[in-house]
Design a protein around this ligand. Structure first.
Ligand code: CP
Length: 312
């Protein structure tokens, strides 16, 4: 199968065959990170710009490490220290980046839709590393990779997702991706954190946390995103943890072989207790490991794979 997309902007625009191709390619890439010399020449001569206008640890570093493992040259630009701090617009900034002939721009931006705006204005590939509350496709793809690796399938699994659904681009992308691949996605949060119409993305809203995690194959906890809240949406963190925090008693309601996930960063003691986050059934750090391989696969497919086979 040829991967023909120029950009990776969201999960909605990927069909199940394309998602399966990305996950298969990522599994192949994972082996490279296990070698003593973790580098292949696949993307030698390609240039990747990391354009992050919001903080990031996992996403930015894994996109950077992924570029290095494929021998691409990567450079980073942020608002601080660039001419955006002097008032240069987003479009002027990316047109100037494009003039330097990169092959891929990886961008994170606080505004939903920013990656689409940029992708429509530049000829190089754009990978959305998170836009506002809208989409975080590489996170959803690494989450699907991690679950498929652990469980051997996605279809038929029950994924329980609990937390700040309203402000979570991870939730929107994971709901779209897992449901597209045949999993049943259940969500739960205080009613102030459940957007109206979220069911249309392909999920069921559970009335209680207990109903959400009951018989779940996978539980994914989400962070409360205070930085995106204009109002107070719950009384106290202590009360939130009591109603919606994942502890051992609630894990016991899920399937015996349940897997616990979190995209990070975690608020320990709020949405997840430390004993759960650090238990053997937690694959939170495996998600981070797989994030490097998944992002290597995205680079390969948009900048070095079959899209460019005729010019290789
Ligand atoms: N999961 C995630 O997007 O983490 P960072 O914000 O650290 O990149």
């Amino acid at each position: 199968m040829r991967f023909t997309k120029k950009d990776i902007l969201d999960i909605h625009s990927l069909d199940p065959e394309e998602i399966a191709l990305i996950l298969d390619t990522a599994m192949g890439m994972k082996e490279i990170s296990q070698r003593p010399v973790k580098k292949v020449p696949t993307l030698r001569g390609k240039t990747i710009v990391l354009f992050f206008q919001e903080p990031s640890t996992r996403t930015k570093l894994s996109f950077e490490i992924a570029a290095k493992r494929l021998s691409a040259d990567s450079v980073a630009i942020a608002k601080a220290g660039s001419s955006m701090a002097k008032g240069e617009t987003l479009i002027d900034t990316v047109k100037n980046l494009e003039a330097m002939r990169p092959d891929v721009i990886v961008m994170r931006h606080g505004s939903s839709g920013a990656a689409y705006l940029v992708a429509n204005r530049v000829d190089c590939s754009v990978i959305n590393a998170g836009d506002g509350i809208h989409a975080h496709p590489s996170q959803a793809l690494l989450d699907m990779m991690s679950v498929r690796e652990k469980k051997g399938r996605l279809s038929g699994l029950k994924l329980a997702m609990i937390g700040d659904i309203a402000h979570s681009r991870v939730a929107r992308s994971d709901i779209a991706g897992f449901s597209k691949m045949g999993a049943q996605v259940w969500v739960c949060a205080p009613r102030t954190m459940i957007p109206a119409g979220i069911q249309a993305l392909g999920c069921t809203v559970a009335p209680t946390m207990e109903a959400c995690v009951a018989d779940a194959d996978v539980i994914m906890m989400l962070r409360i995103q205070k930085e995106r809240m204009n109002d107070i949406l719950f009384p106290t963190e202590r009360e939130y943890a009591g109603w919606f925090g994942l502890n051992r008693d609630r894990v016991a309601l899920a399937k015996k072989d349940v897997t616990i996930m979190h995209p990070g960063p975690m608020n320990r003691g709020v949405e997840i207790s430390s004993d759960v986050a650090d238990a053997g059934y937690s694959m939170i750090l495996d998600q981070v490991t797989n994030g490097v391989a998944l992002r290597m696969a995205l680079y390969y497919l948009v900048a070095g794979g079959s899209r460019h086979a005729d010019t290789d």
